[in-house]
Design a protein around this ligand. Sequence first.
Ligand SMILES: Cc1cc2nc3c(=O)[nH]c(=O)nc-3n(C[C@H](O)[C@H](O)[C@H](O)COP(=O)(O)OP(=O)(O)OC[C@H]3O[C@@H](n4cnc5c(N)ncnc54)[C@H](O)[C@@H]3O)c2cc1C
Length: 369
Amino acid sequence: METCDVLIVGGGPAGSTCARRLRDAGLDVIVLDKCTFPRDKVCAGWITPAVVEELDLDLAHYRQGRICQEIQGFRTGSMQGPDVYTDFGKVVSYGIRRFEFDHYLLARADARLLLNTPVKTIERQDDQWLINGNISAPMLIGAGGHFCPVAHHLGAKVGKSERSVRAQEAEFRMTAQQLSMCTVDAQVPELFFYPDLSGYGWIFRKGEYINIGVGREDTGKISSAATGFLQQLQQQGKIPPDVHAEFKGHAYLLYDHGGRNILDDSVILIGDAAGLAYTQSGEGIRPAIESGLLAANAILDANNNYCMHNLLPYTAMINERFGKRQQQQKNWLPSGLRRALARKIMANRFLSRQILLDRYFLRSAVDTL
Ligand SMILES: Cc1cc2nc3c(=O)[nH]c(=O)nc-3n(C[C@H](O)[C@H](O)[C@H](O)COP(=O)(O)OP(=O)(O)OC[C@H]3O[C@@H](n4cnc5c(N)ncnc54)[C@H](O)[C@@H]3O)c2cc1C
């Protein structure tokens, strides 16, 4: 039987960040993951300086053998429409590869790792959790992403009645010839929005790698949206016609589209398992990291007594940090007006910078934790 103080299911950014803080405070932590690391994660791999700060990431160290692409501007527009170039004149984001990033964070957390170990059973025995019949801990954290088994245990209707966003992405290395024909500037990711702002497609270059994807609310077929977007990029001459992308899909919850029960006696959900990604951009790494830190603080303050009452400050901290859920947000304007408004914003450099980029994507006005 393996025992520990805190068992974390999922070694993504949420799980590794939480583990690191608990380890720093001297707790014995196991991180369990169904994959071996490094592993791929369907993601564009874009992070803001706030993430770097909250992770206390030493970029000079991180860059040794890993990609960390600086971003100084964006091209934005509507699908198949003209685009607007916004130059910030300084580094406003970074492009990382999740294959490298998640592995780095997990190793740095210094927790005991049980990899290649999917959760099969979750039981409660007296004051302990018993996972797979052979791992026990008094405190359990669900950091297993959208399909987290701990979220399921807490009653989430995973993949059923929840209103999720579906996304497809492909990331691959380009040949020297393809690189010479690619017109996308590595410092300038490009974002193209659907006319009703229900989602967007992106093309994002990180050194020799290119990341292409689309994400939208679950209307229509996401796979044909992704291949259609790839063809559009090829027709526009942004990438050469011989580029073949193998898209992989994933779904996740946006914060405003309804939450999950994130807490019970001796158990907390963090990151995508808790459904915290920002509604307007789909950015989920920062909420994953912040919830990991907040959960660790709540656990340390509970002083070894993890009854629900002692953990409730976690819910309060999440509500305070992420605000009241705006469930009806998308629908309070008639669709024609919404489209007209979106067109106006996307055609205007000032509005694109102020609303789309600064407010929704970079969240430059939101202080770090
Ligand atoms: C196409 C796409 C593009 C995105 N682009 C961005 C972006 O550019 N920037 C950004 O900030 N966010 C982006 N996101 C969102 C972001 O990827 C997630 O919000 C983020 O990964 C959440 O981190 P997490 O640690 O909560 O979960 P995850 O990163 O999903 O990690 C969960 C871990 O749990 C493990 N696990 C799952 N089930 C089990 C099980 N049964 N047993 C054991 N282990 C299990 C998994 O193997 C995984 O390692 C994107 C999402 C998608 C789908």
